[in-house]
Design a protein around this ligand. Structure first.
Ligand SMILES: [Zn+2]
Length: 452
């Protein structure tokens, strides 16, 4: 067994054993040849209903159907057009469900694709209370193993709780042959776990949210290895591809074990989420989740770089507390930042949950002043600089600047300043705000000619 295979086994097998939903994850070269036995092992002697688009049908679906049929598993299929790209809408998920039920409601749904197809099938299967089989075609995002489907409903994208697949199969030859930009997106999504770890360290240090001894090591222990060789990834090397896919997959499992997306998502994802809600597009194409996260990661690491240069043992606590905005001022800021009333209401609710009392803020400030050298050391051990991350993203073929996804520094800065209102999760954005430093940090980081 080659080295990367053993590492993958060591990582994935215990995580799968612990999962309440996922029974099998197979990541290997030529894994499609084993799809019939994985199907039987996880779903018995059933029939299969494949859901793909024209591209993923050509990349993996046709071979998958042939292997299943050769194993005596009857196959029906639904192939969505690939142009325009299928959109992750609730309406399309309902159409998938209706077509599956009309064709053969007893058949096991099998998603053949990446983010969108997986989410459509995840939702359709969940609505029928049925398990599904996920055949991944690109290492483009971290949602294969996650317990939710981000779908657009009435123009608003939100994650609908759904069960993850019972089995996930990733054929590394298929994944490595996916369009190179998709691998770059997956790399960007995984890169976000670096600053997300920094966010969690801050929350842990201030007793907002302690680190979790299961989810933290699952994501963080090998993260640097998975990100270490982006050039090999861009060249389609199987070991590097396996590492990226494993990283993206165990992240989903870590979220299941922790009970929230904290292990995988911090300020980087909050920033990316706003761009996704704006339907950001560049060169006539919607900007993918992973591309948004790559740039959100750079922005967040830029703020961390700035923070690590500060001497917070000299923080003027009285001045910070005197400048503390009252709830009315925060509400006014939120209403201005989010002109859409429904979004503003949601942001208000999320923000009020995490807003510290004056007493709590004073305690946190005292702790920061007293423990800053140690806290800074922990952060330094976790983080990469924005410059280093930019180098890695570039080598991976991922967007490595705001300009690469069509944003100017002013837009990035405005997003960074309002991102923390969208989620109750405590991140570096809250840390900077509560120490009275957010505006100064954003002014410096996003004014520079080399702004992330
Ligand atoms: Zn993500």
């Amino acid at each position: 067994m080659s080295d990367w295979k053993r590492q993958l086994e060591d990582l994935v097998a215990p995580a799968v054993a612990r999962s309440r939903h996922i029974d099998r994850i197979l990541v290997d070269r030529d894994a499609l040849s084993l799809s019939g036995s994985v199907f039987r092992e996880c779903f018995g002697a059933g029939r299969a209903f494949l859901i793909a688009d024209e591209n993923t049908m050509a990349a993996a679906g046709a071979r998958l159907a042939a292997v299943l049929q050769a194993d005596g598993i009857a196959v029906e299929r639904m192939v969505l057009p690939s142009q325009p790209r299928p959109k992750p809408t609730l309406a399309l998920a309902q159409e998938v469900r209706a077509r599956w039920q009309a064709a053969d409601g007893e058949a096991v749904p099998v998603s053949v694709g990446s983010g969108v197809i997986t989410d459509l099938v995840k939702h359709a299967a969940f609505m029928e209370g049925r398990p599904f089989f996920c055949v991944a075609t690109a290492a483009s995002m971290d949602g294969y193993a996650s317990a939710g489907a981000p779908l657009v409903e009435d123009g608003f994208k939100h994650t609908i709780p759904c069960a993850p697949p019972r089995a996930i199969l990733a054929d590394l030859d298929v994944i490595a042959a996916a369009p190179a930009e998709m691998t770059g997106w997956g790399y960007g999504d995984l890169a976000g776990k670096v600053p997300a770890g920094g966010d969690w360290i801050l929350a842990d240090a201030l007793e907002v949210e302690p680190l979790d001894t299961v989810a933290w090591p699952l994501v963080q222990d090998r993260l640097r290895d998975w990100l270490a060789d982006p050039a090999a990834l861009a060249a389609g090397d199987p070991a590097a591809t396996a590492g990226l896919f494993a990283g993206l997959t165990v992240t989903g499992l870590a979220m299941e074990f922790h009970g929230s997306s904290r292990p995988a998502s911090g300020a980087d994802h909050q920033i990316a989420h706003l761009w996704e809600m704006e339907n950001l597009s560049h060169d006539g194409q919607p900007v993918s989740h992973g591309a948004c996260v790559a740039v959100g990661t750079l922005a967040t690491l830029g703020l961390f770089d700035w923070l690590l240069d500060q001497d917070l043992t000299r923080l003027d606590r009285d001045r910070v507390l005197a400048g503390r905005p009252d709830p009315d001022a925060i509400e006014a800021t939120i209403r201005q930042a989010f002109p859409e009333p429904a979004v503003a209401e949601r942001a208000l609710a999320e923000t009020m949950i995490k807003l510290p009392s004056r007493e709590t803020q004073a305690e946190r400030l005292e702790r920061i002043v007293k423990t800053w050298p140690a806290l800074r050391g922990r952060l330094k051990a976790q983080l990469l600089s924005a410059a280093e991350m930019r180098r890695l993203l570039t080598a991976a073929g991922a967007p490595a600047s705001a300009g690469a996804i069509g944003l100017d520094p002013a837009h990035t800065k405005a997003t960074v300043l309002r991102a923390r209102f969208m989620r109750r999760r405590y991140t570096v954005l809250d840390f900077l705000a509560e120490t009275g430093l957010l505006a100064a940090a954003a002014d410096t980081v996003f004014a520079a000619a080399a702004a992330p």
